[in-house]
Design a binder for this molecule. Structure first.
Ligand code: SF4
Length: 336
């Protein structure tokens, strides 16, 4: 049975954050000034156990029409034994797709185990091929070649075609856009260029640091002509563009300049079991309290249905300079 929200949008995608920790400090997500030594991350006891995550996932899939689960973080591969969770989720009847978004830092080591556990697809974040630029973005000096090795390992493990996410921030990495497109063109992997967003309340977002999707497409198209392609399915976040000569495609995610809230079918679960109905939400709904107070599956299911039916979120359509300052939940806490 599919539940729909107050804007008639069904619940199809569940993004599950398995940790709020990450080994990178990307400037647009987890700036070091905020997420420094003294930052209080969630304690282990506060995290949902794999069994609790699996129980909730079964209810979302079985009762509310979720067909796709994406594992996120922070960085999901810093959570120990995450392959075991993948295995548990991959067994859920009716789950059509199981994916993960990672910064790729541990992928060369873990790709095979993730594939064997039942992961279907993987998305890797990579914000430049230039080591200096990439090091400036991730702010831990992590080298490009190790992420590229992870992408190769994931492809070899059958997790392809790999999606590669690049967040484009003016003054930081816009000069890397064309080289990223050129490098992955014809590889079968798909680069998605993401407009820099006012996620959370720590990245100091400004509109003049956003490189609009139209500009990104024009930059690439000047060298490698592009033509628009229809979405793979209704509500798909990414705008697809294929190369005129047919050698592959790219995507752009234009949350700021071309919002797509009308087709948004995504819910997010934080690592401590709070349900969020929008990436830019200020507050979530505590499902862990229900899990740990002996609520039945039916009671938890009713709570989830009730939350979704009340949902009216469409932040990106309503975004103003004023809303950018709201105390929105951090992306590193609920996953992109
Ligand atoms: S801003 Fe919120 S409602 Fe709009 S697409 Fe993003 S997550 Fe969905």
């Amino acid at each position: 049975m599919t539940v729909t929200d107050a804007l008639a949008r069904p619940l199809r995608d569940l993004r599950i954050s398995v940790t709020d920790r990450c080994n990178f400090r990307c400037v647009y997500c987890m700036p070091r000034e905020v997420f420094g030594r003294d930052y209080e991350f969630l304690e282990r006891a506060e995290l949902l156990t794999f069994e609790e995550i699996e129980r909730l996932a079964r209810i979302f899939v079985g009762d509310h029409g979720v067909s796709k689960i994406r594992l996120t973080g922070g960085e999901p591969l810093v959570r120990r034994e995450v392959e075991r969770l993948v295995e548990m989720l991959a067994r859920i009847p009716g789950l059509g797709d199981l994916a993960m978004t990672t910064n790729g830092s541990a992928l060369a080591r873990k790709a095979r185990a993730l594939g064997d556990a039942g992961l279907r697809r993987i998305t890797v974040s990579l914000d430049s091929l230039d080591n200096e630029v990439f090091a400036a973005v991730n702010d831990v000096g992590f080298p490009v070649e190790r992420v590229l090795a992870g992408i190769e390992a994931a492809a070899a493990a059958g997790l392809g075609p790999i999606k590669i996410n690049m967040v484009v921030k003016r003054g930081v990495n816009e000069d890397s856009v064309v080289s990223m497109a050129r490098y992955f063109r014809g590889s079968g992997h798909i680069v998605r260029f993401i407009e820099y967003m006012d996620v959370g309340h720590s990245n100091g977002w400004r509109m003049d640091e956003v490189v609009p999707a139209a500009e990104i497409v024009a930059m690439i198209g000047a060298e490698m002509p592009l033509e628009p392609v229809a979405p793979n399915y209704p509500g798909e976040v990414v705008e697809r563009w294929r190369y005129g000569d047919g050698i592959g495609e790219i995507g752009v995610i234009a949350s700021v300049t071309r919002p797509f809230c009308g087709g948004c079918t995504r819910a997010r679960l934080s690592a401590e079991g709070k349900l969020f109905t929008c990436l830019f939400a200020v507050a979530g709904h505590d499902l862990r309290a229900l899990l740990r107070s002996g609520a039945s599956d039916a009671e938890i299911s009713a709570a989830i249905g009730g939350i979704w039916r009340m949902r009216e979120d469409r932040y990106s359509e309503l975004r103003t300079a004023a809303t950018a300052g709201l105390p929105k939940v951090e992306m590193s806490y609920i996953g992109g």
